[in-house]
Design a protein around this ligand. Structure first.
Ligand code: DC
Length: 196
């Protein structure tokens, strides 16, 4: 069975949690595409060469989840040649046998517009910054500024900017518990699988 669930949205909206829950529930493969950009940013040197030569060890680094790695990822993600170098891998993952969940910024709009389910998971910047702050600590005001800066860069870039696909189901998790957000996403996938 070929079945793709595309989950897009801004930083710290809950995409990763939802993607992992969907993958587990339905036995689909999961690709966190943000990790690809984080690995390119963390590698240093020429980002285009880093993207073209990205390998397993680059993705296994343990420093890819930091705020700094997120900023570096967002900066290399504006480079069209970096994005191009990562397209084929993401597309083949999306259409792999057995089903796939991909979370990122442009999965439903660019990587897999034919995805059977498209979710756009969002929340207010304040709520997202608070969640990120609970994970990373530090100064909450700084985390909020970082979230807003990344939102702006991801949404304003010329190539594959962050925006909901026209046919995406928008899930605003600002006032939702994790359990409720996961349940809503599972219900969308269930409905689509049932209808197929
Ligand atoms: O989801 P994340 O926070 O790990 O993503 C890090 C950065 O990578 C994000 O700010 C923008 C970029 N990104 C992207 O441009 N396209 C994707 N599909 C995923 C991430």
């Amino acid at each position: 069975m070929i079945f793709t669930v595309a989950i897009d949205g801004p930083a710290a909206a809950g995409k990763g949690t939802i993607a992992r829950a969907v993958a587990k529930r339905f036995g689909f493969g999961h690709l966190d595409t943000g990790l690809l950009y984080r690995a390119v940013g963390a590698k240093g040197g020429d980002p285009v060469a880093a993207a073209r030569g990205l390998g397993e060890t680059d993705l296994a680094r343990d420093d890819l989840r930091t705020l700094a790695a997120g900023q570096a990822a967002s900066r290399v993600a504006v480079i069209p040649e970096v994005r191009e170098a990562l397209v084929a891998f993401q597309r083949s993952f999306a259409r792999r046998e057995g089903g796939a969940v991909l979370d990122g910024r442009d999965i439903g709009t660019v990587i897999c517009p034919e995805a059977e389910v498209k979710l756009y998971v969002t929340a207010s910047p304040e709520v997202r910054a608070h969640r990120r702050w609970l994970e990373v600590g530090g100064d909450e005001g700084e985390v909020l500024a970082e979230v807003k800066e990344r939102d702006r860069r991801d949404a304003e870039r010329a190539v594959a900017p962050l925006k909901p696909a026209v046919d995406a189901v928008v899930l605003d998790t600002s006032a939702m518990s994790v359990e409720a957000a996961v349940a809503a996403a599972l219900a969308e996938v269930e409905a689509c699988l049932g209808a197929g």
